[in-house]
Design a protein around this ligand. Structure first.
Ligand SMILES: O=P(O)(O)OC[C@H]1O[C@@H](O)[C@H](O)[C@@H](O)[C@@H]1O
Length: 322
């Protein structure tokens, strides 16, 4: 549903941000690059719901049954998990940032990472009085979503402790990215082999990954620890490779609910598990603590590149090398 467009310009040179009414009238920002790529970000959740390449192909998965209605988070895209990942604390699952209304930050402090890209939006989340009843801390969470001329999508988060009571706070975090894949049984993940992980399906027990590459034939819910800064998702059928580059986010969660859990989720189609995979750049094992005035940064950059390889013959260096 596309209706009124508003141009928001800032002092810096940039492409004006387009704002539309999206599903259920919720506002979304649309970013477009000259070569044809695009991205959409809902203010509800600060949530990227679409990332398309130059050919207009959607690269993120969003469920056909996704509920675009507060307080339910949107099923798919890139939910932001903050200030708590999963159920690792007293807050609701994955924290509250994904079901709060963010604002456009028209006057963000300078950021060193945006020298060349002009297509981006700055969002900000600050806690309400109600939020502070459940998490008694004052913070400013700035999220910049950048679409590069190449079509790469970058998310950069800056979280600042603005407590005036002198108290530090501690949080865990994830970019809960749902990648769109042709067929989960044709997908492999590279970059996590031989690493330790906590298995959410086995009481978060710690194991060491043994296989050459990670492939999928049943439910998976693992938190890989101290992961490299690059991870690749190879979609054999689609001949597409996603590359995740991350910074400040040592862990990587890999999740697919598979058939049984899919059926139990109201906002997820019974067979949709075949067409998605979550690989989530995260900071989980070692929670982050900020003193008043301190700021944390966590960044992920996503690329989608054509891949032509024969299963089992991939040289990981070719994908993961810079
Ligand atoms: O249904 P939610 O709250 O969006 O969570 C989906 C999944 O998110 C993953 O990150 C967790 O590891 C899983 O345990 C969880 O089931």
């Amino acid at each position: 549903m596309m209706s009124s467009t508003t141009a928001v310009t800032a002092a810096i040179e940039r492409v004006p941000v387009e704002i539309y009414k999206g599903n259920n009238g919720l506002e979304k920002v649309v970013l477009r690059e000259a070569r044809g790529s695009s991205a959409e970000v809902y203010l509800y959740g600060g949530h990227v719901t679409s990332w398309k390449n130059d050919h207009g192909e959607e690269l993120l998965f969003v469920s056909n049954k996704a509920i675009f209605k507060p307080p339910k988070p949107i099923r798919g895209g890139i939910p932001i998990c903050f200030p708590q990942f999963s159920n690792l604390g007293s807050l609701e699952q994955h924290g509250f940032a994904r079901n709060r209304f963010w604002s456009i930050d028209t006057n963000p402090p300078p950021s060193p990472t945006n020298s060349s890209s002009k297509t981006f939006v700055d969002l900000i989340l600050k806690p309400t009085e109600e939020d502070m009843k459940i998490w008694p801390h004052s913070f400013e969470f700035r999220l910049r979503v950048i679409l590069r001329p190449s079509g790469d999508l970058m998310l950069m988060s800056r979280i600042r402790n603005t407590n005036t009571d002198g108290k530090p706070f501690t949080f865990t975090f994830a970019y809960h990215t749902y990648f769109s894949v042709s067929d989960i049984s044709e997908v492999r993940v590279e970059g996590l082999e031989t690493l330790d992980y906590l298995d959410n399906l086995q009481n978060k027990q710690r194991f060491t990954e043994q296989g050459d590459a990670i492939t999928f034939e049943s439910e998976v819910d693992k938190i890989y620890l101290s992961t490299p800064t690059k991870i690749a998702i190879l979609d054999h059928e689609k001949k597409r490779t996603f590359v995740i580059r991350k910074d400040g986010l040592p862990d990587a969660v890999v999740w697919n609910p598979w058939d049984k859990k899919a059926k139990a989720m109201a906002d997820f189609g019974d067979d949709e598990y075949k067409h998605m995979l979550c690989v989530e750049a995260a900071a989980v094992e070692k929670p982050i603590t900020l003193k008043p005035g301190e700021e944390w940064r966590g960044r992920q950059e996503l690329s989608a590149v054509p891949s032509s390889y024969c299963s089992g013959q991939l040289d990981p260096q070719r994908v993961l090398g810079s």
